[in-house]
Design a protein around this ligand. Structure first.
Ligand SMILES: [Fe+2]
Length: 206
């Protein structure tokens, strides 16, 4: 290490650009196109029609700040999930459990109306409303997914341990999450996902 090499990570100012759903000062950007989410929704025909109508349609995008890595480092960012309805399922993120399943996460609603769908591998389910001014505390060992149940983009600020990682395969291997979040009389409701085969138990071993 030379004298010119900073010993510690540089602090960062992050500015929420609410109208755009962006985070000024972020260091990473990630975009998910609707066409990349083949198989996520049960109504394949409705999904296909949406991707044919707009092959480049964005599903969600994430801007985040990572200034260091290793134990204790945080990833802080904004995710913006565009609204939509595929069959009767609302637009959602792929969802994941953390690779280090015991690691928790904070979500804070910035704009739009959402539901955080949470499930454990031992059979528990929660669906928590998230809207501007509401924080959702996701403890370790919960599979989690954001669902946009409104007409506007759903933007949330999130914070998690950078080395928590994301495991998307647990949900894919299970045939999707146990519950679906569907349109119901102008609002939303949960319904059993008939394709769900149960989660592998590995998440409980962490
Ligand atoms: Fe997470």
């Amino acid at each position: 290490m030379t004298q010119d090499t900073p010993r510690y990570a540089e602090p960062a100012t992050l500015r929420v650009l609410l109208d755009e759903g962006l985070l000024s000062g972020s260091s990473e950007r990630y975009e998910k196109r609707l066409a990349e989410l083949d198989g996520l929704y049960r109504d394949a025909e409705a999904f296909r029609a949406a991707t044919v109508a707009d092959p480049d349609a964005l599903a969600y995008f994430v801007e985040s700040s990572v200034v260091e890595r290793g134990e204790g480092a945080l990833t802080i960012g904004i995710s913006t999930l565009l609204p939509g309805l595929f069959g009767d399922e609302f637009a959602m993120t792929r969802g994941h459990i953390h690779e280090r399943a015991e690691q928790a996460e904070l979500y804070y609603g910035l704009s739009g109306q959402g539901v955080m769908l949470l499930e454990t591998t031992d059979g528990q389910t929660r669906a928590l409303d998230i809207e501007p001014g509401v924080a959702v505390h996701v403890p370790g060992h919960w599979v989690h997914r954001s669902v946009n149940v409104g007409d506007e983009p759903l933007s949330t600020l999130f914070c998690y341990a950078t080395n928590a990682g994301q495991d998307y395969q647990l949900i894919a291997d299970a045939g999707g999450m146990r519950k679906l979040v569907v349109a119901d009389g102008g609002g939303w409701a949960m319904r059993d996902n008939p394709d769900h085969r149960g989660y592998a138990r590995k998440a409980e071993q962490a």
